[in-house]
Ligand binder design. Structure first.
Ligand SMILES: [Fe+2]
Length: 264
């Protein structure tokens, strides 16, 4: 399997603190069934100061340590890019890296309000020929409140990556509930761990896959895993038509509505 979202590189962002931790994460990932991991450190404008060569050297070093320690995982380059108005020009100038040098770009939104320019920036990114992959939307307040907001973004041509750790509840009840809604409404195209450590936020997926198979059919879950394999090769990924989410407003909501109708 392929993990396309991971903070496994040592001492670069808020992920692995050192090579020892990176090795621990690699061992867990191997046990979980991964053979390839795209390293996606946070790119927040003005904060990521490594150039391409330095970055590739760190990846090379990690791969050498994995070989030395008999960890059968290959680490590939990528970034998790925080959305900003400059994103299209940075991509154009090749100042930021895509997922394994393909046309897929992992893009993160703020957890709270989604910026007003988001759809325009994603449009510009697609016009340049790139394929935006929205990182862990199940964690964003806007998507938690209104899952169908994501349906619109998918229909515009953007892809969705959900965290395995959201699916098993490590990132909170709301992220889990939203991941379930997204999966049941065919709004998930890729899965990644977004691992940061060898402890709670470790590169686990097995338990998440079991949960996904309870929420959706096996065929769809396999398709999601195959999409990850296609992504690292830069192949086109066909996505299903997302379904409209109709929120269940619950008993109290229906009662209030009933009495409102009776008195009006
Ligand atoms: Fe991340």
């Amino acid at each position: 399997m392929v993990d396309l979202h991971s903070h496994i590189l040592p001492n670069i962002d808020d992920g692995s603190k050192n090579m020892e931790e990176t090795l621990k994460m690699g061992r867990i990932a191997e046990q979980e069934g991964f053979s390839k991991i795209i390293a996606t450190p946070h790119y927040i404008e003005g904060e990521f100061i490594l150039d391409r060569e330095q970055f590739l050297n760190i990846i090379k070093e990690v791969n050498e340590h994995f070989v030395k320690n008999a960890i059968n995982i290959e680490v590939l380059p990528g970034l998790e890019i925080y959305i900003s108005p400059d994103l299209p020009s940075k991509l154009k100038k090749e100042e930021i890296f895509t997922l394994n040098n393909t046309f897929y770009v992992l893009i993160e939104f703020p957890m709270g309000n989604i910026p007003i320019y988001t759809e325009d920036i994603l449009y510009e990114v697609r016009l340049l020929g790139y394929k935006p992959v929205i990182a862990h939307p199940e964690r964003y307040a806007k998507v938690i409140e209104e899952p169908d907001y994501l349906k619109g973004l998918i229909e515009q041509g953007n892809y969705v990556q959900v965290n395995s750790l959201s699916i098993i509840g490590i990132l909170g009840k709301e992220a889990k509930r939203t991941a379930e809604i997204l999966l049941k409404h065919r709004m998930v195209h890729f899965i990644g761990t977004d691992a940061h450590t060898s402890r709670i936020r470790s590169p686990r997926i097995k338990e998440a896959l079991e949960q996904m198979r309870q929420w959706a059919d096996n065929e769809y879950v396999e398709e999601i895993l195959n999409n990850g394999r296609a992504l690292i090769k830069g192949e086109k990924v066909d996505i299903p038509q997302p379904l409209t989410y109709k929120p269940d407003k619950g008993f109290l909501h229906n009662m209030r509505r009933f009495f409102k109708l009776k008195t009006s």
